[in-house]
Every structure is written in structure tokens, then in C-alpha cells.
Design a protein around this ligand. Structure first.
Ligand code: ZN
Length: 309
């Protein structure tokens, strides 16, 4: 039985070192994998998450040093949110002030305290205070105390021209259920504690976005294994006539992709094999890892990548 929820969110960023510093040093996430974009090995693919990089905790980036800023529009992910304990929101406000992080005053969304902020590329992010945040991580997250540490993704908000067609994919296709409404936004809940929410927001202004630094490329949902993924693909192609790609081996998970009717690129990624498949838990993210097919070109690939140090 698969957990219903997000596996990861993948976005574009500006310079790799600045991106790494923000997510590890300011937010206290762990860099759990340093690899390249398998479809474009001249670009890093950096994965941030909890200690083991568990599904539902992952935000990943393709850093492009001189990327122009993206702009959010319909058919795109508008906001990516992480969970923190409800009592930690105030601590994070102080941290963002002290570290000059662009942020708004905390507000309430769906009855939960929400601290909206942006990363150095202007990517729209939020911390959502939840009652059941789960145990504090055992790993040292730099100077972020474990009690205030991020507890994985909360969810994403998609900006759409109309909610209905995307809602049908989320519910019938992927197993989410409608959980709440707040103004014009509808929240759908899965079963996973981390990454369990997708909120659909509709926009009166239908202008489309522009991909660039700070914009989300795709969002990925969880499948326990290949069989669960295949069953979901069958449902999506039979009931919803969606064109789903062949499975691609992403080394740490296996993926299929499709564009949902609202325009957002969706992925379904397996929970297996995970990030310890090619390096031990203790040293995750510390060395450049390449899939077997790219390993013969390691010297040339590594020489072309920007310095992360
Ligand atoms: Zn992905």
C-alpha cells in the first residue's frame, strides 16, 4: 500500500553554492545527494531533505548560474511549504529577520499559522505550523535546534485557471480527498504525514508563468514500488486518457511523468531504492554521484560543474 502524498518537488535555481547555503545553513535541511541532471549532465541536481532523504521531505534543484528569474503564472506551482511544529513559527520569524530572509508577517491559511518567505532566487516558500509535527530529528541541523527543525514538506499550492480537471486527477487518479476550503482555495489531503497536501488555487488573471530561477519544474507523487506505480499509470491512462511516459530510472527512485490537465508537470516516483543505494547514510550528499551510464565521463562532467565549496 502506497502512502498518498508528495515524493519531491523540483525547481530551478540560480548559482549552486548560494542555493546549497540557503537550504542547508538557513533552513537546516540536509544535502542528501549531489548529482547531475541525468538529462543534462552539465547541470547539478541537488537534493535536500531529512537525514535519510525520505520521500515527502525532498526539495530538489537544477541550479543554473545565470538563470533569469522565473515568474509564477497559471499552470504552475505557486508555493512550496514545509512543516514545522506550531510553536516554532515565532522562532523562525526571528531567524528570518536575523538572517535577512525575505518574508511576510505570519498569517493563517486553512486554520494553520503560515510564514511565507522566499529563497535567494525569489522562490515562494512557506513554513506551516502543525500540531502533530512528529519527533524532532536526531541529526544536528547546523544551528537550527532539533525542536524547531523542518519536518518534511507540508504540501504545494498549484495556481490554475480552473480547479475541477486537476481535482479529478488528484482524487480519482492519485487517491487524495478534499479536506478543506479557504476562500477560493481547495485543499486535498493524502495519507502521508509529510507532503500530504495539495492545494488548488484559481486565478482571475490567467497569464501564464515564465520558467526560470525560483520556479518549480515539476512535483512528484509517491508510489511504494513499481507495481503500485503501474497500477496508478493504468488508472490515469484508462480513466483519464492521460499520456504517461515510459518509466525512467532516476537511480534513487523510478519515475513516470505526465502533464495534468491544468498544465502542471506531475511525476510518480517510487519510494525505492532511496538515497543510500550508492553511498552510506553517514556521508550522503558529500561526494558527486553519477549513474553508471555517466561514470565513464566523470572527469569531464566534474570539470564543467561550478565549484560548490
Ligand atoms: Zn522529479
Amino acid at each position: 500500500m502506497s502512502e498518498i502524498g508528495l515524493h519531491h518537488v523540483t525547481a530551478f535555481s540560480g548559482p549552486a553554492a548560494r542555493n546549497r547555503d540557503f537550504y542547508t545553513r538557513v533552513l537546516g535541511l540536509r544535502l542528501v545527494k549531489t548529482t547531475v541532471n541525468f538529462d543534462d549532465p552539465g547541470t547539478y541536481h541537488l537534493y535536500y531533505g531529512d537525514e535519510a532523504g525520505q520521500p515527502g521531505t525532498l526539495l530538489t534543484f537544477f541550479p543554473i548560474a545565470h538563470a533569469a528569474a522565473g515568474r509564477v503564472g497559471v499552470g504552475e506551482t505557486q508555493e512550496t511549504a514545509f512543516r514545522v511544529p506550531r510553536a516554532s513559527i515565532g522562532w523562525w520569524v526571528h531567524r528570518f529577520v536575523a538572517m535577512n530572509v525575505d518574508h511576510q508577517a505570519p498569517s493563517s491559511a486553512f486554520g494553520e499559522p503560515t510564514l511565507r518567505f522566499r529563497d535567494p532566487d525569489g522562490m515562494r516558500l512557506a513554513l506551516v505550523g502543525v500540531e502533530e509535527a512528529g519527533p524532532a530529528p536526531t541529526r544536528d541541523g547546523g544551528d537550527v535546534p532539533a525542536e524547531h527543525a523542518l519536518r518534511g514538506l507540508h504540501g504545494v499550492t498549484l495556481l490554475l485557471a480552473e480547479a475541477g480537471p486537476t481535482a479529478a486527477i488528484l482524487t480519482d487518479g492519485l487517491g487524495f480527498r478534499e479536506a478543506a476550503r479557504d476562500g477560493a482555495s481547495i485543499r486535498y489531503a493524502g495519507s502521508a504525514a509529510a507532503g500530504g497536501f495539495v492545494t488548488l488555487a484559481t486565478a482571475a488573471d490567467r497569464s501564464s508563468g515564465r520558467p526560470g530561477a525560483g520556479s518549480v519544474h515539476h512535483i512528484a507523487f509517491r508510489a511504494a514500488d513499481d507495481a503500485a506505480q503501474a497500477a496508478t499509470v493504468d488508472r490515469l491512462s484508462t480513466h483519464h486518457r492521460l499520456a504517461v511516459t515510459e518509466q525512467r530510472d532516476r537511480q534513487y527512485f523510478r519515475s513516470v511523468y505526465f502533464r495534468e490537465p491544468g498544465g502542471v508537470l506531475f511525476e510518480i516516483a517510487t519510494d525505492v531504492p532511496g538515497f543510500t543505494v550508492d553511498e552510506p547514510l553517514a556521508t550522503l550528499g558529500s561526494a558527486l554521484k553519477l549513474p553508471a551510464g555517466l561514470e565513464p565521463h566523470r572527469a569531464r562532467i566534474a570539470a564543467a560543474l561550478p565549484d560548490l565549496a
